[in-house]
Write a protein that binds this ligand. Structure first.
Ligand SMILES: NC(=O)c1ccc[n+]([C@@H]2O[C@H](COP(=O)([O-])OP(=O)(O)OC[C@H]3O[C@@H](n4cnc5c(N)ncnc54)[C@H](OP(=O)(O)O)[C@@H]3O)[C@@H](O)[C@H]2O)c1
Length: 231
């Protein structure tokens, strides 16, 4: 049986991004969504993965708004002001590697730690956007070391948290979701505009998947088409 109840309350983390903003729009106009709150680096309740203490503070500030039946975390980075993804070993830089780990792995893990307490124990979903290039098994092209490694670490953190929560919050599913290539600030330097779908189209697909997630799906890596991806 699908976990998402009707009506439901939702929280979008990273609602300033292309996909996050589009989720906020879709949910604001969805008949079954009673209320949706969006937070990001510059919202009143701010969350910044380069300041890990902001994660717990944001979760605490939102406790009275909960419980939420759906939390979607869309925060992520591929390039920074100074760095582009590596093409070869000689491009590896510890500062860029650390920044991507902070934004793509450590921040989302701490978000699961603190925001899982805001989830409805009766039935809820926490979706974290990952990326297919984080699949170790699917890695055929190489390159993009830090992004791939940070999303692979994210996948392991989600899987591990799902095993723990299955014991303590058995009616909650934790999912790693791949949005496909989407036209956004993140994908722009890599022909995202030409090869990516619009954020609205991607979010429509992903919401279709989210609506059908059952508690038995917890700890899986799904694509926007609903297929199970290899870790
Ligand atoms: N676009 C794609 O083709 C694609 C493909 C596979 C996976 N994904 C994943 O999908 C997710 C959303 O990506 P998108 O395409 O929507 O990219 P985007 O438009 O660049 O949005 C990225 C979001 O992450 C936030 N963010 C970045 N660094 C942060 C930090 N230090 N602290 C807090 N927030 C931070 C951004 O906040 P600001 O607005 O403040 O910068 C923004 O809300 C990411 O996890 C990405 O890895 C995207």
């Amino acid at each position: 049986m699908p976990l998402l109840p009707n009506p439901f309350k939702a929280l979008v983390i990273g609602s300033s991004g292309a996909i996050g903003h589009s989720f906020l729009e879709l949910l604001s106009n969805h008949a079954s969504c009673q209320e949706v709150i969006g937070i990001h680096r510059h919202s009143t309740i701010a969350i910044n993965y380069l300041e890990p203490s902001s994660i717990e503070l944001a979760a605490k500030a939102l406790i009275s708004e909960g419980p939420f039946q759906l939390i979607i975390n869309t925060i992520g980075a591929l390039h920074t002001n100074q760095f582009m993804p590596e093409k070869k070993l000689d491009d590896l830089d510890p500062i860029y590697m650390m920044e991507l780990m902070n934004i793509n792995s450590i921040g989302p893990a701490l978000t699961i730690r603190h925001f899982s307490k805001l989830l409805d124990p009766k039935n809820s979903l926490m979706i974290t956007l990952s990326a297919k290039v984080g699949s170790i098994e699917d890695n055929r092209l190489g390159g993009w070391y830090s992004y791939r490694a940070s999303k692979a670490a994210l996948n392991m953190l989600i899987k591990t948290a799902a095993i723990e929560l299955a014991r303590t919050q058995p009616n909650t599913a934790l999912i790693a979701l791949h949005p496909g290539t989407v036209n956004s600030k993140l994908s722009k330097p890599f022909r995202g505009e030409q090869i990516g779908r619009t954020p609205d189209a991607a979010v429509k697909d992903m919401f279709q998947v989210i609506k059908n997630i059952e508690k038995e799906d917890t700890g899986t890596f799904l694509s926007y088409q609903g297929e199970k991806l290899p870790w």
